[in-house]
Structure formats: C-alpha cells, structure tokens
Design a protein around this ligand. Structure first.
Ligand code: A2P
Length: 275
C-alpha cells in the first residue's frame, strides 16, 4: 500500500497544467549561473512576439493552475531570435526559488505583451546616453547596448554597473566584450560604448556606489569626460528602489526632467526585478 501512495505522489508532481490564455510557452535554450545570487537564461522566441529594446515582459513557470508571474526586463536586443533574461535568485522568492532550477528543455511562460519606460522613444535627442544600473538592473541595458538604434540616436553610450562584489560584475563584462566583437554591433559600439563598473562590498580596482561616484565627479574624471549636463545628456536608471530614488534625486538636482512614452524628456527610471 505504501508503495502505491508514493507512486501517486510522484504522478501528482508531474501533472501538466494548461497554458493560460495570452501566454506563450517557450523552451529554455541555455542557463548560466554567475554566483549563488545571479543567473541568466535564454529561451526560444515566438515568431509573433515583438518588443522594443529596454522593455519588460511578465514571465512564469507552468507549475500551477494559476502560475506566479513576475516582470522581467528583456536582456536581449529586439533583433535577436532568442530571448535572454538576467535574474536574481531569492531563496523564498515566489518565482525565483523555482526559476533558478530551470535547465535547457524546460518550459517558460511569457505573457504576450511587453511594456516599459526604459526605451529610446521616451528620451529626447542628445549627444550622450548614460545608463545607470545596479545588480540585475543592467538587464534592460544589455538589450539596448546591442541595439543599433541606440548608436543611431546617441554618439556616446556610457553604461555603469555597480554590484556588491566582483563576481557579480561578470555578466556586464561579458556583455561588453560580446558587443565589441559582435558583427552587427561591434563596429557601431567601437569607441562609443563605455562600461564603468564598481563594487561596494569587495575591494576592487574601482569602488563605491554610483551616486557617490557621480557626486564627487570620479565617474567623469576616471573616464576623462565632461560632467553630466542636460544640454548634451540623457539618463536611464534601473536598480533597486533605493537606488532609483537616490539617482533620480541626483539627476533632478542637475535640472533633468523625467520622460515617458507619451512625453519624451531627459531621463527615465524603472525598478529592477526583485523576487
Ligand atoms: P551597497 O553594497 O553599498 O548596498 P543589491 O544587490 O543589494 O541590489 O545592491 C546592488 C548594488 O547597489 C550594491 O553595490 C549596492 O551598494 C548598491 N546600492 C544599494 N542602494 C543604493 C542606493 N541607494 N544608491 C546607490 N547604490 C545603491
């Protein structure tokens, strides 16, 4: 009798849940774990799925009648035939506790509509584009730095990425190397895309929160560039709630106005996915 019960339990776990309406069921192609807190993965892209670089989409797993969906920035550019995500792992996170276990061949659910404010359309024209990120907040910028339109609209693109330790910076460093060597983007990005990374909890070549490095001018002196200026610059910000608040205050103090899809202006913000 006991054996039968055990079998039933296993069967119950294998129950296939129906795919909800307006959701794509895609296949995981690859998974890469960077640290015990961060991983990235790529899934197949539905033919009909269109998005603008920098947007986010709701994703989930087919593991319940009503699956948990969370907003994820799409990290791949709009021309890519796969979709990439960069995620945090939260041990008790409603989605990431399971999502971190995915392997190639698994199914990922994707709501059909993407949206977001970290898009080129929400900014008015200027010379330089600053993309300020912490942690997984680099994801929408991973999409934008691989989009030719970014270089058509801006002469210089400065991507900043701040994490607790050096291992967490690896995704951004790989992104930068890949972009430089990419047949489509490499030539456009060459000499125009700059990655500026720093750590806050591990000793490294460059240390400090980006807010401090902007306030004390080290960001600009390290790169040998002019300080932030509304006349020439636009800013996109993505990170934790506190980081958004502080960087936003900093750029507003410099006279920048917040933009949106309906009313393009000087800077845009979006919260990075949290759990
Ligand atoms: P710190 O180590 O000083 O908290 P997290 O992984 O917790 O999301 O943090 C990612 C990075 O964002 C860390 O380097 C962290 O620095 C930094 N950070 C956290 N809060 C702020 C803030 N209010 N302004 C700027 N950077 C921040």
């Amino acid at each position: 009798m006991q054996q039968v019960t055990a079998l039933k339990t296993v069967d119950a776990q294998r129950v296939q849940f129906p795919i909800p309406a307006n959701v794509y069921a895609e296949t995981v192609v690859s998974v890469k774990h960077y640290t015990d807190r961060l991983f990235s993965f790529r899934v197949t892209r539905p033919q009909a799925f269109r998005f603008r670089s920098g947007e986010f989409v709701m994703i989930g797993l087919p593991n319940a009648e009503k699956p948990v969906f969370r907003a994820y920035s799409i990290a791949s550019p709009s021309w890519d035939d796969e979709i990439e995500f960069f995620s945090i792992k939260v041990p008790d996170g409603p989605l990431t506790s399971e999502l971190q276990k995915i392997v190639p061949g698994d199914t990922l659910l994707l709501r059909q509509k993407s949206t977001g404010t970290l898009v080129l359309d929400a900014l008015t024209p200027a010379k330089r584009l600053f993309m300020i990120s912490t942690g997984t907040g680099i994801a929408p910028f991973a999409s934008l730095v691989r989009d030719p339109e970014t270089y058509e609209k801006f002469e210089d693109v400065i991507l900043t990425h701040t994490c607790r330790d050096h291992a967490e910076l690896a995704y951004g460093e790989e992104l930068f190397d890949q972009s430089a060597n990419d047949p489509l983007i490499g030539e456009m990005a060459n000499g125009r895309l700059t990655l500026y990374s720093s750590t806050t909890r591990e000793i490294s070549q460059r240390m400090g929160r980006i807010t401090r490095l902007m306030e004390n001018g080290k960001l600009y002196s390290d790169l040998g560039i002019a300080p932030l200026n509304r006349e020439t610059d636009r800013v996109m910000i993505c990170g934790s709630m506190h980081m958004l608040h502080d960087v936003k205050a900093l750029v507003e103090a410099a006279g920048f106005d917040e933009g949106s899809n309906n009313k393009p202006a000087d800077f845009v913000v979006e919260r990075a996915f949290v759990g």
